[in-house]
Design a protein around this ligand. Structure first.
Ligand SMILES: *[C@@H]1O[C@H](CO)[C@@H](O)[C@H](O)[C@H]1NC(C)=O
Ligand SMILES: *[C@@H]1O[C@H](CO)[C@@H](O)[C@H](O)[C@H]1NC(C)=O
Length: 242
C-alpha cells in the first residue's frame, strides 16, 4: 500500500512537472513566454527548444545572454523576468519550449507547446433562391467545410460547426447583416451580406407586381404570397419571399 502511494506520488509529480501550456500563434507574429514557477538559485538559465536545441543561455554571474543561431535576430530576453519573446514566427518554430535554471540542480521553470498555424482562408457566403418554394438558402463555405441555413422573412437561421483542430465556421445575423465567419485558434475572416440584399432578391421576384420603386409597394407581393401559402397550408418560417 505504502509502495502504491509512493508510486502515485512519483507519477503525480512527474505529471505536474511535465504539464506544458499550449500557445498558438500564426506566421509573422510574436509570442511571449514567461517563467511559470519560482526560479531557484542558479548559475545559468537556458531556454531550450524540443529538448535538443538551445535558444538562449543567460549567465547570471556575467549578466550575459548568448543567443543561438537558429533564432538569430528573432529573440528577445528580459534579464529581470527571464521572459523569452520569439518574434516573426515561422512554421518551423512549432514545438516544445522549456526554461531550465541550472545550478546545483536543473529545474524546469517554464514549459510551453507552441503551434504556429496558418491564418484561415477567407470564407465565401452565397445565397440561392428556390423559385418553387421561395425559400432562400445561404451557404457559408470555408476551406473544406460548409454550412447551410434557411432564411425567414426577417432573419436567417444561425449555425456553427467546429472541427477538432479548432477550425470553426459560423453563420450569424447581427443587426440585419449576415456574417459568415471562418476561424481557427489564431485568426478569423468573414464574408458578409446585408439582409436587404436578400429582400431585394425577393422584390425582384415580384417585379411584375411593382409599378414603381416605392419600397412600401414591396409589401404587395409579400401579402400575395402569404395568402397563397396559407391557403396551401404550407406556411412556415422559411418564406423570405412570401
Ligand atoms: C469570428 O469568430 C471569432 C472566433 O470565434 C471571433 O473571435 C470573432 O469575433 C468573430 N468575428 C465576427 C465579426 O463575428
Ligand atoms: C410610397 O407609397 C405610399 C403609399 O402608396 C405613399 O404614401 C408614399 O408617399 C410613397 N412614397 C414615395 C417616396 O413615393
Amino acid at each position: 500500500m505504502a509502495m502504491m502511494l509512493q508510486l502515485i506520488f512519483v507519477l503525480s509529480t512527474l505529471i505536474s512537472v511535465t504539464v506544458s501550456i499550449d500557445v498558438f500563434g500564426h506566421f509573422g507574429i510574436s509570442v511571449e513566454l514567461d517563467i511559470q514557477h519560482p526560479v531557484p538559485e542558479f548559475h545559468d538559465l537556458f531556454w531550450v527548444f524540443n529538448r535538443a536545441y538551445n535558444v538562449l543561455k543567460y549567465s547570471k554571474k556575467h549578466k550575459e545572454s548568448t543567443f543561438y543561431s537558429h533564432y538569430k535576430g528573432r529573440v528577445e530576453f528580459n534579464v529581470e523576468t527571464y521572459r523569452l519573446t520569439l518574434k516573426n514566427l515561422q512554421k518551423t518554430d512549432s514545438g516544445l519550449y522549456e526554461a531550465k535554471a541550472s545550478g546545483n540542480k536543473v529545474r524546469v521553470v517554464a514549459e510551453y507547446r507552441l503551434s504556429v498555424l496558418d491564418p484561415v482562408e477567407a470564407p465565401v457566403l452565397t445565397y440561392q433562391l428556390n423559385r418553387d418554394t421561395y425559400i432562400i438558402t445561404l451557404t457559408c463555405r470555408g476551406h473544406d467545410i460548409s454550412i447551410h441555413s434557411s432564411c425567414s422573412i426577417e432573419t436567417c437561421e444561425e449555425k456553427e460547426v467546429t472541427s477538432p483542430g479548432g477550425i470553426a465556421l459560423s453563420l450569424s445575423v447581427k443587426s440585419s447583416t449576415v456574417i459568415c465567419n471562418h476561424s481557427n485558434l489564431v485568426s478569423w475572416k468573414t464574408d458578409i451580406l446585408e439582409l436587404k440584399e436578400l429582400k431585394g432578391l425577393c422584390a425582384d421576384k415580384g417585379a411584375h407586381a411593382r409599378s414603381n420603386t416605392n419600397t412600401s409597394r414591396y409589401l404587395n407581393p409579400f401579402f400575395a404570397f402569404i395568402v397563397k401559402f396559407i391557403s396551401m397550408g404550407l406556411i412556415d418560417q422559411y418564406l423570405i419571399c412570401s
